[in-house]
Design a protein around this ligand. Sequence first.
Ligand SMILES: Nc1ncnc2c1ncn2[C@@H]1O[C@H](COP(=O)(O)OP(=O)(O)OP(=O)(O)O)[C@@H](O)[C@H]1O
Length: 441
Amino acid sequence: MENVKNVIRNWGSIEVDENGKVIGATADFYEYFMIMPTDLIGKSITRIIHTSSSFSLKGLDHKHVFSGVISGHACFIRVFRREADTLYTIIIRQDELEYSDLVYFTNSLEKNKIKKNSVVQGRYSFEEIVGKSKEIERVKELAARIATSSSTVLLTGETGTGKELFAQAIHGLSTRKAQPFVPVNCAAIPDELFESEIFGYEAGAFSGAKKEGKPGKIELAQHGTLFLDEISELPYQAQGKLLRVLQEREVERLGGTGTKNVDIRIIAASNRDLRTLIQEGKFRQDLYYRLYVFELKIPSLRERQEDILPLAHHFVEYFNNKLGSHVKEIDPKLQDWLIQYDWPGNIREIKAIIERGMNIVDGGTLTLESLYFTPNFILEVPSVGINNPFSGTLDEVVGNAEKSAIQRALKDSEGDRSLAAQKLKIHVASLYRKIAKYKLK
Ligand SMILES: Nc1ncnc2c1ncn2[C@@H]1O[C@H](COP(=O)(O)OP(=O)(O)OP(=O)(O)O)[C@@H](O)[C@H]1O
């Protein structure tokens, strides 16, 4: 327990009234989060501490600890109830912590409080996979056909093509749909933590382990689906252990003496060619053949150009709802450009481009200029760094437009960041992140 105390530090507190409006903050909070009192006082706390959309700050118990994002920093925050007022004290800033300390800390919290989101029911169904091209229709049909079996599925395709979406849709159509869908991003877990995360551990298996032990993702997915995203990044040793689970349908926790039967369906995904990795000795051939029972290759957006505009319209609708904007159409010139672009980041990229455009657009039509920004303004702000703001990669051009939009909003709001964020229709935390990213004053 001493160690847990060591990782906790006071990053300042925010005080709110009974209506959830900020009435003050400590001096260290302003300093650590670089927020001005004018950007804070009187604002709703939900605009300062961003949590997942399903999470409500209302009614949290005294001393409850939760995770949230403040000014772009992921934090753990403790609630102190004081009669009508509430104090939110930031006790951990994740970017200031070693990963192992963070794991130790989250383990020390009561069960299910923070890790609730690690087990989710699949959210997407096949109807929500936008696209009518024969290429995507064929994949949807195959996926729907195998959904009802319990076979292992390997989803391949470039980054951003929708592999996770398909995994969720397959789970949602299977007989396991009422059971958990447990996603694991194999690239995001450090090698040394991998086995304990996937296989779980028994009490006292290693120093820092939870007293009562911990189930791994395989156990959490019991009777449901385990989605192993970016499986190519699975450490070689863990590959052997996973293979044994697949073959024997049993799992043994680290430090354990007995095995438990497992009934899970595995869906794995990779955007790297596993066959090449096998040749390079980085991926086990025997595991590959276990996973390769059924391969679904999701086509890139380049291979199904006719889906580009339906996807763009879909995301315009999506962001209209999310941002409260009223874009009704996409200008024909922008439509031409969208069709011609080759989309290396696939659907994730088109979604991001539309989102950026929708943050900048003025009026009911999304135009090429909404992405690039109006030429007059670019002349006014030479600091965009290039003479021709339309040259460079799409990311650079859009980045320049975004930077210009922020500069203009800040200028129009005379430096009031909250007002600027409102004009841009983005959260103030997101504005702070972008100001830091573009090194703006
Ligand atoms: N056909 C589609 N219709 C609507 N949204 C989609 C579609 N395909 C992908 N998306 C959206 O695009 C984004 C990227 O999709 P997803 O995360 O499933 O891709 P991925 O192939 O798993 O990427 P990676 O290989 O990088 O993990 C998500 O926000 C997803 O909701």
